[in-house]
Design a protein around this ligand. Structure first.
Ligand code: 4AD
Ligand code: MG
Length: 472
């Protein structure tokens, strides 16, 4: 049998002899009794182990001294009903093994364990990202992340979307935003030394024989499979070298991108709305203890908010109507809204919090501010784009119906100065058996931010990568 986890111990009937394994959170002493809270991260709760030292077991008593916060232990004992409030069971401890000490004070070349009992700022914890999963907050974030990753697969598998793996290294800039990290094996020092004036680089000498980079999106490759398997999704890491130092942007983040053939924008919106509601429901049902913690300590009311989104109908509004609404309140904004502008955070906030009081799907954006692949409307000005905005956070999903007409797509690419030859495989999807199709991208970290109420995106991924930051 595998070693028992604490979450499993909580499901056992009292009376059992067992071993508790984990890390000490706290220790309290009261007369002859020593209370030790042990946590193993398998669930939010710690289990209390009580040592009764009145019997005079000096062996255990001497070892209790090294039971400091952070020490790892194996404690043998009996599961008994707990007299204390707030816990049904506790362990009457009889044997103790300290597997690893965590000194409370510096000694020799070992410094004190940094996570002492007091509260730590999130900024400080970011500096010790390798230890922060041992805190309540980051343990809870990690469990919610895990549950949500599973829920993503449950949602799509139940709807016959097939999981595909799209490349991480690619030569095509799917979003055309020029935010790709370059991948090269060229000797940069030698290039720099040989070319002080900055001559042209011969990429035929590079590893892939051409300029390559880290993917900004798996969409274009997902489209190739959607036009063969009908419904697919990707779920993988994506990279953007944007110089945006905000609480909502990472240089490396995870994205879920469904893509479906014979889906029009309306189907895409329905899928996105059902998807978010299903994820929130899974969080409410599957992470109740963790969410209760976020509700009490991170963002008051988060549980009620998630439930209200599940029960709501998302408001659908065209970009043109949204801008008209914003223009009526232009005085409220630092950045004056006008038709053609990219929506700013303050505009998204107004739309979700004042106009709709809930999630909003904005559609049919001006073509100039959206990617080349979006289906063009007959008005010649707008495209079949959709962004899902949520209160507090703004954009959580971006997607569109794709341009399935070869001439129109080629025309748009020419306007943008894109090289047709680089995308010939993508254009083939329109040359052979083209179909209307649509998809979207959900930023996984934005989702986790929304569910947990964590204010900074760097606190919902184990090791954040952002401008000037690639520690661990
Ligand atoms: O709106 P975006 O750029 O859309 C795409 O990449 C499309 N190819 C998706 C598709 O249609 N298949 O990005 C999608 C989502 C955003 O709505 C946001 O949630 C998240 O990805 N996102 C980021 N998350 C963290 N850090 C960043 N720098 C992000 N950029 C986008
Ligand atoms: Mg977007």
């Amino acid at each position: 049998m595998l070693p028992l986890l604490i979450k499993e111990i909580f499901t056992l009937p009292p009376g059992q002899d067992l071993v508790v394994r984990g890390w000490v959170r706290t220790k309290r002493e009261l007369k002859n009794l020593v209370f030790v809270e042990v946590n193993d991260g398998s669930c939010f709760k710690s289990i209390q182990c009580t040592f009764d030292c009145s019997g005079g077991d000096r062996g255990i008593f001497s070892r209790l001294g090294s039971l400091t916060t952070g020490a790892s232990v194996e404690i043998r004992g009996k599961l008994v009903p707990s007299p204390a409030a707030g816990q049904a069971v506790e362990v009457q401890a009889t044997e103790l093994t300290v597997t690893g000490e965590a000194p409370a004070e510096a000694s020799g070349d070992t410094s004190a364990y940094p996570l002492q009992k007091k509260r730590h700022s999130l900024e400080f914890l970011r500096e010790i990202a390798h230890l922060r999963p041992r805190t309540n907050t980051f343990g809870a974030v990690a469990r919610v992340r895990n549950r949500m990753a599973f829920a993503v697969h449950e949602f799509f598998q139940a709807r016959s979307f097939q999981y595909i793996h799209t490349p991480i290294i690619t030569a095509s800039d799917a979003e055309g935003a020029g935010a790709m990290f370059q991948v090269t094996t060229l000797n940069l020092e030698a290039l720099a030394a040989g070319s002080p004036a900055g001559g042209a680089v011969d990429y035929s000498q590079d590893f892939f024989g051409k300029r390559a980079g880290l993917t900004v999106s798996g969409q274009l490759e997902a489209e190739t499979y959607a036009t063969a398997l009908s419904r697919v999704y990707t779920f993988g890491p994506t990279f953007r070298a944007e110089n945006s130092n905000t609480t909502r942007h990472l240089a490396e983040f995870w994205m879920i991108e469904p893509e479906a053939a014979f889906f029009h924008l309306e189907d895409n919106m329905t899928l996105a709305e059902d998807f978010l509601k299903s994820l929130f429901t899974a969080a409410l049902n599957g992470c109740a203890d963790d969410l209760a913690f976020f509700d009490a300590h991170i963002e008051k009311g988060i549980i009620e908010t998630l439930q209200s989104v599940v029960d709501s109908r998302f408001t659908r509004i065209s970009y043109t109507n949204a801008v008209a609404e914003l223009e009526k309140h232009a005085g409220l904004f630092e950045f004056k809204p006008y038709w053609g502008c990219d929506l700013q955070s303050e505009h998204e906030k107004f739309l979700t919090e004042s106009v709709a009081a809930g999630p909003v799907i904005v559609t049919d954006y001006p073509r100039e501010i959206k990617a080349f692949y979006m289906k063009q409307n007959d008005d010649g000005k707008t495209v079949r784009a959709m962004d899902v905005l949520v209160p507090r956070l703004g954009e959580i999903i971006g997607g569109s119906e794709r341009e399935e007409n070869l001439e129109r797509l080629e025309g748009r690419m020419a306007e943008l100065g894109m090289n047709k030859a680089d995308y010939s495989w993508y254009l083939d999807l329109r040359r052979y058996g083209t179909v209307p199709h649509s998809g979207f991208g959900l930023g996984f970290e934005r989702l986790i931010q929304y569910i947990t109420g964590m204010a900074n995106i760097r606190d919902v991924i184990p090791y954040p990568r952002a401008v000037g930051q690639a520690e661990f």
